[in-house]
Design a protein around this ligand. Structure first.
Ligand code: FAD
Length: 396
């Protein structure tokens, strides 16, 4: 009987794995499962959240990648993986069995148990979540014209890492448009970033991180030092050395952390914050037929002894290795080890500004911003192909 390969998730890792496997033409059935029928370039989600891009600019149909002669697509929500029976439990469809499984279900926000976040928190994680943020901010501007409540126009962001800075960079460019559209008093608008330590953008050296903070400060962002410990929908509570303080805000966006998909935990994998420490060839200990990639996996950096940070960059590289290894297992050949090649990272600070490190070199300002667009376009080519890049790519 023909073997069946099932891929869960059509994100960076899952869809790239499918693309590679389709090219390798394995003698096996291919099934892709995702809750959506589109791929989202999640590295641009902050733009939709800030309202500087529309959702359709950062998404494309899975039909652009799926070869219907080779692949069956099932649109459904994955609930659980039953390892013993080798079946996937889905919300709407009957269970799907597999011989080989690649899990690439991505991330969910991690609130670290901070009180109230589950109920009131806004976080950048997928298309519905960023549309909610964009509408919420706009609703606050609209409501201000009725009641002029000063805290309505306070927008607070929890965390001062990569996603926080990318979002703040876009937001500071969107605010002037909102001020004009709703004719609000510009002095009432306040953007605040709350971070536990003064160490913003920890992935960069001090000079580059300071450049990022300075740029945002110059555009009016206030930085508060404190560890967020609660949110009741109106007030953010944060702990400083001395005491718990509070800040009234109309909007609070959490960017302080992510964990791997809850499906990983619900399926009983040995995990930490939704990430499974995979073997060298990306398989799950004791289950060579299951490979985990992207934000649900943890691969140890031999340099630091810590897991590599979760990024689209590593997910794409893991996908190439996962596709190779699934084909190798089908052909009864040995699998290979995954080796991560860090190519650098660039954090955008709005349309024409960015900061980053590429091939060991620090970049700032316009050159960094151009590099960011090159990286985004490359990612579009790697999965969607040249046609998708020409339609959805960044050129100005
Ligand atoms: P994802 O790309 O998250 O895809 C997961 C897929 O699984 C999705 O298609 C989703 O619909 C599907 N799915 C999830 N749960 C279910 C379910 N239960 N059932 C069915 N389908 C499901 N990384 C970089 O390398 N560079 C950057 O510049 C960068 N910038 C970023 C900026 C922002 C604002 C954010 C939020 C992240 C950024 N990242 C960046 C991180 C990067 O986006 C993630 O690491 C990457 O998306 C992880 O890829 P993945 O393949 O694991 O999953």
């Amino acid at each position: 009987m023909r073997k069946r390969i099932v891929i869960l998730g059509a994100g960076y890792g899952g869809l790239r794995t499918l693309k590679r496997l389709q090219r390798m033409k394995p003698n096996a059935e291919l099934i892709l499962i995702d809750k959506n029928d589109y791929h989202c370039e999640k590295t641009s989600l902050h733009e939709v959240a800030a309202g500087t891009a529309n959702a359709d600019e950062i998404c494309y149909s899975l039909q652009q990648v799926i070869d219907p002669k080779r692949t069956q697509f099932i649109q459904d929500t994955v609930l659980r993986v039953d390892r013993e029976s080798r079946r996937i439990q889905l919300k709407e469809h009957k269970p799907i069995s597999y011989d080989y499984l690649v899990i690439g279900l991505g991330f969910v926000p991690e609130y670290y148990g901070i009180e109230g976040m589950d109920r009131f928190g806004l976080a950048i994680s997928d298309i519905p979540s960023v549309i909610r943020i964009r509408n919420h901010i706009e609703d606050q501007f609209k409501a201000w014209t009725e009641d002029q409540r000063s805290d309505r126009l306070v927008i607070a962001v929890g965390g001062a890492g990569f996603t926080s800075f990318e979002f703040l960079g876009e937001l500071t460019q969107r605010i002037p448009e909102l001020i004009t559209r709703y004719q609000v008093d510009a002095k009432q608008v306040r953007i605040v970033c709350i971070e536990p330590t003064p160490k913003a953008l920890p992935m960069f050296n001090r000079q580059l991180a300071a450049y990022g903070s300075r740029k945002l400060r110059n555009r009016g962002v206030d930085f508060l030092i404190g560890r967020v410990c609660g949110f009741d929908g109106a007030k953010i509570y944060y702990r400083t050395k001395e005491q718990v303080q509070s800040l009234k805000a109309g909007t609070f966006v959490w960017t302080g952390g992510v964990s791997g998909s809850a499906v990983v935990r619900d399926s009983g994998f040995e995990e930490r914050r939704g990430r499974v420490r995979v073997m060298d060839d990306l398989s799950v200990p004791g289950h060579p037929e299951i490979l985990i990639i992207g934000d649900c996996s943890a691969v140890i950096d031999p340099g630091s002894g810590q897991p590599y940070p979760t990024t689209a960059q590593i997910a794409l590289q893991q996908a190439d290795c996962a596709a190779y290894n699934v084909k190798a297992m089908l052909d009864d050949r040995p699998t290979k080890s995954f080796v991560f090649k860090f190519k650098g990272t660039v954090c955008s600070l709005g349309r024409d500004d960015a900061v980053g490190e590429v091939m060991g070199k620090g970049l700032k300002g316009r050159p960094a911003s151009v590099m960011k667009k090159v990286i985004e376009n490359r990612s579009l080519v790697k999965i969607g192909g040249v046609e998708t890049m020409l339609k959805k790519g960044r050129f100005s």
